[in-house]
Design a protein around this ligand. Sequence first.
Ligand code: DQA
Length: 147
Amino acid sequence: MSTFLILHGPNLNLLGTREPEIYGALTLAEIDRRLEALAAALGVTIRTFQSNSEGALIDALHQARDWADGVVFNPGGYTHTSVALRDAIAAIGLPVVEVHLSNVHAREDFRRRSLLAPVCLGSISGFGWQSYALGLRALAERAAARG
Ligand code: DQA
């Protein structure tokens, strides 16, 4: 059975109260529960992890090499700044889907540039919690097609 890491970056622990007009009203725990249900329906398993620290996110990506078949990653604000996370994604050789709750292309100019997107399998932005669901579905179907 395929196993995937759902990785949440900085400030996503505040979902539910953080700028709900942009990020929606669901808490991170509610999003994770929905993703658990989707994973069960898709016949895959997930582990979820959130950190506000760049180093902890890098460590989680490194460790995922030992057990995960891919990563659904919302890097939050590090999307636009982190060479170190980009290098970690490139180093681990796992398929990583970059996801964003909001449509980063419809916001401030600085959000339109992702340092991570070029080393990810693909990017999904603007569908609220379903950005994660679409990313998980894409990884699960890709893994099933590859056997
Ligand atoms: C975000 C978009 C980022 O620009 C922002 O810094 C976040 C959340 C999103 O999910 O829409 O923290 O990744």
